[in-house]
Design a protein around this ligand. Sequence first.
Ligand code: 6R9
Length: 649
Amino acid sequence: MSEQQKVYPVQAEFSAKALINKEQYQAMYDQSVQDPEGFWSEQGKRIDWIKPYSKVKNVSFDNHNVDIKWFENGTLNASANCLDRHLETRGDQVAIIWEGDNPEQDEKITYRDLYTRVCKFSNALKEQGVRKGDVVTIYMPMIPEAAVAILACARIGAVHSVVFGGFSPDAIAGRIVNSDSRIVITADQGRRGGKAVPLKENVDEALTHPDVKTVERVIVVKCTGGDIAWHDHRDVWFHEITEPASDVCAPEEMKAEDPLFILYTSGSTGAPKGLKHTTGGYMVYASMTHQYVFDYQEGDIYWCTADVGWITGHSYIIYGPLANGATTLMFEGVPSYPTHSRFGDVVDKHQVNILYTAPTAVRALMAQGNDVMGNTKRDSLRLLGSVGEPINPEAWEWYHKNIGNGQCPIVDTWWQTETGGILITPLPGATDLKPGSATLPFFGVQPALVDAEGKELEGATEGNLILKDSWPGQARSIWGDHERFVQTYFSTYLGSYFTGDGARRDEDGYYWITGRVDDVINVSGHRMGTAEIESAMVAHKDVAEAAVVGYPHDIKGQGIYIYLTLNEGVEASDDLRKELVKWVRKEIGPIATPDLIQFSSGLPKTRSGKIMRRILRKIAANECDGLGDTSTLADPSVVDSLIDERLNR
Ligand code: 6R9
């Protein structure tokens, strides 16, 4: 039997205790698509509303008028849903377990403590002039103050824009300019794998960018105590403004469709897009998916290893778990520090029941060998999750056996920054698992596969993945550019949302995501536009032209392969290659570090000047037979020299 046909049936014992079993899944799914109004009207009640909604769904996917509204006449506050409503029943329960990069450091924060810390910082933010509707940029390490900052913004109605701590000064600057952000919250330094990350220094540099004109305040958390530059007119210490602040702060009443946050992500063209997520529908969806997909039950210790700088951190470290009154673990470090058994150590130390991580982390551990988890037991685990990219069956099996002791179902969750929450996924008490398949749609989600012309394909088949109707967690727009939102997602297949992913559907209706069908690559679960890397490359003085493609990489899923032509008179050399690698890291950040740079005398172009990426992808994958038709190239001989000089063999 090939790996792809292997089935792990739902365990009867798991199912008996689970929130949703097979019959319930089917009945609820059917209702959710036959009567979305009724279904979501009921599900919306999981959130506390200040003013209840009476309108549930008001959505148009028509590309002349894309308009997405859920629960539109209701009002609520996201932070009150994550904090205030739990005080009476679980004020003394731990909300956040913080585990430091250094294994000696940890902290347990109860719901009451977190509430107090958020209220105080909310008042401090107001003192600093932050008002409802303002955009606050958060560039922070994985420390409790990151959660406090996010929830404080939500509390006062400010819109947070979290920028991943691994991004460069230029990337921060771009996001600040695009969102007109007046306030930045950061830390002196972060810690990862025993090394300091110069966060404040990066912010300082970002703010020297000539286009950054809006920032009035930088709020700095003292994290490592490392040396930093200080600008009196602009910088304030987090603790200095927070300590004296009152611990009473009434949550702002927000409309369901008021923005909660912006989160930037890469697309196939242009600069990163700021996806706009709103309050009501997002909270309903984050909370519901967190509860059902992870079968979250009272008392469970839940750990999502993502960074808060990604959508996974937003929905499944902060908003979903806290809305559900869960105990959520926040990890500052990396899986390989101080040793490769760190995940196992943390699971044992805090008796983690649910672990949600990324295939790239699994493959990196797998590369260390089967005894990488050392003496750790991991017997508290009852469920594992995967997100960020397709998980290959081999890594799935390894994860199941070596992390989960062969005992835990794995939920392979497919979703996107744009979707706000998980869309295609097993429910662990309801879905038979097939390693490598994200399986079936969540409630209310209507996936379909279409061919290049947009014709819907039936049965077992392969095609482009679209979604035929809305779900409450969906992004509503691109910040400041609704037209781009419409163009990107609603203009390829009219009347549907286009995901940018391809997928296969098998005889059982299970979905197998095959990866991006656009010029987006997925490196270690991080999304990157090839156009973004190309434009960084050509900004270098020695580079004439660049083409970037992904190629299969054992650990990262995809690696970054760059083809470059240099300006006249510039010599190709290893030193130049090193300099170019450094350049990309500076322009975008370490996650965009090129794996392979091939200098070439030309790129394969059609007579109309279009680079034929299909050919470059094949060469990068070391699949030089079957390059397909090259007759439309302006100069077909370029291909031979590219093959001769290829790097990935
Ligand atoms: C949540 C997140 C989204 C892209 C998405 C797809 C890939 C995510 C996946 C998966 C296969 C899974 N992706 N989860 N592919 N199986 N379980 O990762 O959001 O950073 O926006 O990336 O990631 O290609 O389109 P984001």
